[in-house]
Design a protein around this ligand. Structure first.
Ligand SMILES: [Zn+2]
Length: 148
């Protein structure tokens, strides 16, 4: 899993955390204040080693982007996924997984082409979208995903 570094606005300590921790009300390791995550949110980069556990234990709805670095539409979608991590922070866990390196997970979820977006609630697949989609369509989809 990827990590991120969040500077404490109070004591200036740079807090390093694994990406899933950003969704668990992180506190500064030194002074203990609740860290404001605005501006820091990133997609959680999953691997075959941690994907099942993260999906199973997610306490928010989770969207997982199955992508490959060699796929053009995936590269088009990537900055939109990054943006969604900010826009839907604390409402949806935005995650991604590189299928070229994590073929077990791709197989487990029956991924036949990339990009594929899979939507999970309580560890269960509730929807999926195959292929890239424009930003406004993805925002509408995520808003609907939260509501239903
Ligand atoms: Zn601090």
């Amino acid at each position: 899993m990827n990590t991120l570094i969040v500077a404490c606005p109070s004591c200036k300590t740079k807090n390093k955390m694994v990406a899933i921790k950003q969704h668990r009300n992180p506190r500064c390791g030194k002074c203990g204040i609740s860290l404001p995550m605005a501006g820091y949110a990133v997609p959680v980069a999953l691997t075959d080693q941690d994907a099942s556990q993260v999906i199973r234990e997610a306490d928010l709805p989770l969207m997982l982007d199955f992508y490959s670095p060699s796929c053009g539409p995936c590269r088009t979608l990537a900055p939109i996924i990054d943006k969604m991590a900010h826009q839907f922070f604390s409402r949806v866990i935005i995650a991604k997984i590189d299928t070229s390196l994590n073929q077990l997970s791709a197989g487990k979820y029956g991924i036949r082409g990339v990009p594929t977006l899979i939507f999970f609630k309580n560890g269960q697949v509730v929807d999926q979208i195959i292929g890239a989609l424009p930003e406004d369509a993805l925002i509408a989809k995520l808003n609907n995903f939260i509501r239903t």
